[in-house]
Design a protein around this ligand. Sequence first.
Ligand SMILES: [Zn+2]
Length: 40
Amino acid sequence: MKICPICKSNEITDYMGAQFGKYLCKRCGYVGSLVLEKER
Ligand SMILES: [Zn+2]
């Protein structure tokens, strides 16, 4: 699962279909290619 590096939320979604390799955090609005990966 992916974790937002800013607010540590797991509400991460693909940004614009992930065609740019970026992610969007729905909680804080962070957009970027850097997200934290967390093993379940
Ligand atoms: Zn966030």
